[in-house]
Design a protein around this ligand. Structure first.
Ligand SMILES: *Cc1c(COP(=O)(O)O)cnc(C)c1O
Length: 368
């Protein structure tokens, strides 16, 4: 059996570091927003080349607070994408603003900058591209337009820990960048977690207050805040895992490149395109295919798990039909939702297993 990801294998490889870190927290008597979280914030800010990092309880909370720090609220519009996990749009809705969807570039499946400027109105308060699958959106083109209109860019980097665009780290280019530490992400907690990184002192101060009931000091609530705090246990675990992240990322890249070499002339699937000016961190390795159901079935029968990220774009989700979008409005997002298929990828996957998955995909090309 080859799973889509294998968190038990990861745990086994770092058990000896994780367990003492967790026991240290249990013995400390301090369980929320303490020294482990504070140290992790410093270490993650350094990792992202950003001056501040504010840890929160989920990636969705990170997006929510980054939007609030940019003063996004009712009556505003946020330009984002529909080909993403639903949380991107939900975070916009939490603020009372309206998500406006820009179609994706068919090659990278990230926000198409050529379609961005026409969507800007007097209500546009922020632009939120998603670094989908671990590859950054075209930040120069997006920033050029955003800067011309004075609109802040908030990076949804929830899938892109350590990704780079022209040598610059995800999260460090926009006004802020938001990451998730959901267990299956490239850097994952043993539970929920998230963080906002920013170079803006004022945004950092505001986000720090908002995550902890809007307090300036204890029981002095200057803002209407939230309980979005990170647990000490998660902070301690994330500190251990952060030390391994670069090696894990390189292992993902090696496996992805192996897949792409094996599938370069495939008759059944199209390998993902890694842009030359970016460091793709392969949170997801998604091929495109017109025979998705058949391929998933064949893989399944060979004990290989695959995934769909994502089968329904946000603008066609029942929960968001009130936004007024209809099928056909975002043709590239809709085509991608029909055709993408995620293959197993994680650092502990062996190159032999990669070869086996590729061989099964190819075997299908000759029978169909
Ligand atoms: C995972 C994810 C989120 C949400 O993160 P949570 O930690 O699950 O709240 C937001 N956006 C994208 C693109 C994601 O992949």
């Amino acid at each position: 059996m080859i799973p889509l990801l294998d968190l038990q294998a990861q745990y086994a490889s770092i058990k000896d570091e994780i367990e003492p870190a967790v026991l240290r927290v249990l013995a400390s008597g301090h369980y929320v927003l303490g020294v482990e979280v504070a140290r992790f914030e410093e270490e993650f800010a350094t990792y992202c080349d950003a001056s501040h990092a504010i840890a929160v309880n989920t990636g969705t909370s990170a997006l929510h607070l980054a939007l609030l720090a940019a003063d996004v609220g009712p009556g505003d519009e946020v330009l984002t994408v529909a080909f993403t996990f639903v949380a991107t749009a939900s975070a916009v809705c939490y603020t009372g603003a309206r998500p406006v969807f820009i179609d994706v570039d068919p090659v990278t499946l990230t926000m198409d900058p050529a379609k961005l400027e026409a969507a800007i109105t007097s209500r546009t308060k922020a632009i939120m591209p998603v670094h989908l699958y671990g590859q950054m959106a075209d930040m120069d083109a997006i920033k050029e337009i955003a800067d011309r209109y004075g609109i802040p860019v908030i990076e949804d980097a929830c899938q892109a820990h350590g990704a780079e665009y022209k040598g610059r780290r995800a999260g460090s280019i926009g006004a802020s960048g938001c990451f998730s530490f959901y267990p299956g992400k490239n850097l994952g907690a043993c539970g929920e977690g998230g963080i906002v990184v920013t170079n803006n002192d004022e945004h950092a101060r505001k986000i720090r207050m908002l995550r902890d009931w809007g307090q300036e000091q204890r029981y002095h609530h200057a803002l209407k805040g939230f309980n979005y705090r990170m647990d000490e246990i998660q902070g301690a675990i994330l500190r251990v895992k952060l030390r391994h992240l670069e090696a894990w990322t390189e292992a993902r890249r090696v496996r992805a490149e192996h897949y792409s070499a094996l599938l370069a002339h495939s008759r059944s699937v199209l390998a993902p395109v890694a842009m030359i000016d970016r460091r793709h961190v392969y949170h997801v390795y998604a091929v495109r295919t017109r025979d998705r159901e058949q391929l998933q079935h064949t893989l399944r029968s060979e004990g290989i798990h695959s995934g769909l990220h994502y089968p329904i774009p946000v603008h066609l989700q029942k929960a968001h039909l009130d936004l007024g979008y209809r099928p056909g409005d975002l043709p590239e997002s809709e085509a991608a939702a029909r055709e993408v298929l995620s293959l197993p990828i994680y650092p502990e996957l062996t190159l032999k297993q990669v070869e086996r998955v590729a061989a099964v995909l190819e075997q299908d090309a000759y029978v169909s």
